[in-house]
Design a protein around this ligand. Structure first.
Ligand SMILES: [Zn+2]
Ligand SMILES: [Zn+2]
Length: 144
């Protein structure tokens, strides 16, 4: 039991230190080299901590789960669909909505995820497709 607590704390510490939500693989990479925790233990622990509402789990469109500490300062992100970089949104835009949902459904809310997708300023300045590809596409459209 003591060993398990130590593992949990190590994982929680890494998540707390991270400025953005973090995946199991990223947690594993950040672990000290002499750790005895393997990746499947991390997955199991993260799952458990999510069930216990210690963590918030967020599944991104790359199908990978990202975790953050479940507290009042939880974070949401906007993700670039082109380069997959992400930026933290300062405020949770769902607080008010949660109140409505609580009233309407009588649920005690334990979690929510919210993700915004877009194209980052860097990618916006890059051309959409190489020129030849654009021509091919417009040709196809004209043929139809
Ligand atoms: Zn981008
Ligand atoms: Zn939120």
């Amino acid at each position: 039991m003591i060993r398990n607590t130590k593992k949990r704390n190590e994982i929680i510490n890494i998540i707390q230190d991270s400025s953005t939500p973090i995946s199991a693989q990223e947690i594993y990479n950040k672990m000290s080299k002499n750790t005895t925790i393997n990746l499947s233990t991390i997955y199991r622990t993260l799952e458990l901590l999510t069930k216990e509402n210690v963590l918030l789990q967020e599944i991104r469109n790359d199908k990978i789960s990202y975790y953050q500490i479940n507290n009042n300062v939880h974070k949401h992100r906007i993700i670039c669909t082109k380069c997959n970089s992400n930026t933290i949104i300062d405020e949770c835009p769902l607080k008010e909505l949660e109140e409505h949902i609580k009233k309407d459904t009588g649920y005690k809310l334990t979690n929510h995820t919210f993700e915004v997708m877009g194209i980052c300023p860097k990618c916006q300045s890059k051309p959409e497709f190489p020129f030849e590809m654009q021509q091919k596409i417009s040709k196809k459209v004209n043929e139809q």
